[in-house]
Design a protein around this ligand. Sequence first.
Ligand SMILES: Nc1nc2c(ncn2[C@@H]2O[C@H](COP(=O)(O)OP(=O)(O)OP(=O)(O)O)[C@@H](O)[C@H]2O)c(=O)[nH]1
Ligand SMILES: [Zn+2]
Length: 374
Amino acid sequence: MSDSVANPLGSFLESSAVRADRAMAELRSGRPVVILGQDRRLAALALDAASEPVFSAFINEAHGNARLYVPSRRATSLGMDAPEGALIDPTGISFDHARRLAFAPKIAPLPLHEAADATARSAGELAKQALLLPTLLVADLPSASAFDACVSVDEEDVARLVASRSQDYSLLTRVVVPLRDIDKAEFLTFRGGPAQRDQVAVIVGEPDLSGTVPVRIHSACLTGDVFGSLKCDCGDQLRIGLKAIQDLGGGILIYLDQEGRGTGITSKMRAYGYQNGGMDTIEADAILGYEADERRYDAAIAILRHLGVGSINLLTNNPSKIAWLERSGITVADRTPVVGASTHQNLRYLETKVRRAGHILDIARLRADLEETD
Ligand SMILES: Nc1nc2c(ncn2[C@@H]2O[C@H](COP(=O)(O)OP(=O)(O)OP(=O)(O)O)[C@@H](O)[C@H]2O)c(=O)[nH]1
Ligand SMILES: [Zn+2]
């Protein structure tokens, strides 16, 4: 589909990003979308959002072509051999069984599957970007069908959305907010990226933005940041990070709207449920079809660029944040660790961060601190 149309409003109404935004909104509302591939059209419905009537209508209108798409990570966790992802015939599978296929750790036996193709995988990626589980109902479409009334998106639009998100963020507000224990904090709101979500940067003190600026890039954690959950170290890291920025002479805390390592609050809560049953955080995310870390730092990079920051002292224990920033051309001149308190409930989470995500944390020390406080 071409991005240039004669109508002067056309470029605002029809662009790659607009099509992707519309398709994500449709999936979240439980409606099917059509993915336009090179020489095929694939209808897709997110099982995470679908209702039973839409599920049944989809299968009817697909005239025998409907398949359940299970991404490879999820398929592996269900014991299927499907490195490309799996396509399963939904005949005889109830709505409830199909829905559970998107998230349950164990599932009643399923019929044989075929390997999934790139367009189905593209639909799964689109669902993840829309903060939905990536297991879907899909169907290959003939040239004309009832699905022609659905919002459509090019496979290329999805690839573009996944590969490089818009760097176009605008500054909307800049307001001083008094914070406990912090002398001066100015909250800046930015808007941009997929679905035009708002992101927040907090400027602490009056840093010299032309030098090396202390920066913490913090991903939202409702349970830890707001409720003081003992399951993770996020709340501590947020407050310790702000204080450390102040002590370093001022800097910036960017608070990114990417709850649950980019999977959203509902998926994080599902993963917590599985962790209560003994899984670690990465195993629990894999059950849902997610990679170990689904976060991106494009918004943070765009905000730093907007503020004219080119060199930073990054407050983090996470090497993948450093790699993201360095790939963007921003110099990570220094790193400052941010270590919260260890608790009996978060020690395993911290150990998993070190063992499976390479975080730089002295676990033996954290364990010893915990034993001392017992
Ligand atoms: N999916 C998932 N996300 C989690 C879990 N526990 C915490 N999170 C999320 O993990 C993210 C932690 O964010 P940060 O503190 O910025 O990042 P970090 O990777 O720990 O790196 P640094 O704190 O910079 O060292 C937040 O988005 C949390 O919501 C979990 O069990 N599952
Ligand atoms: Zn947390």
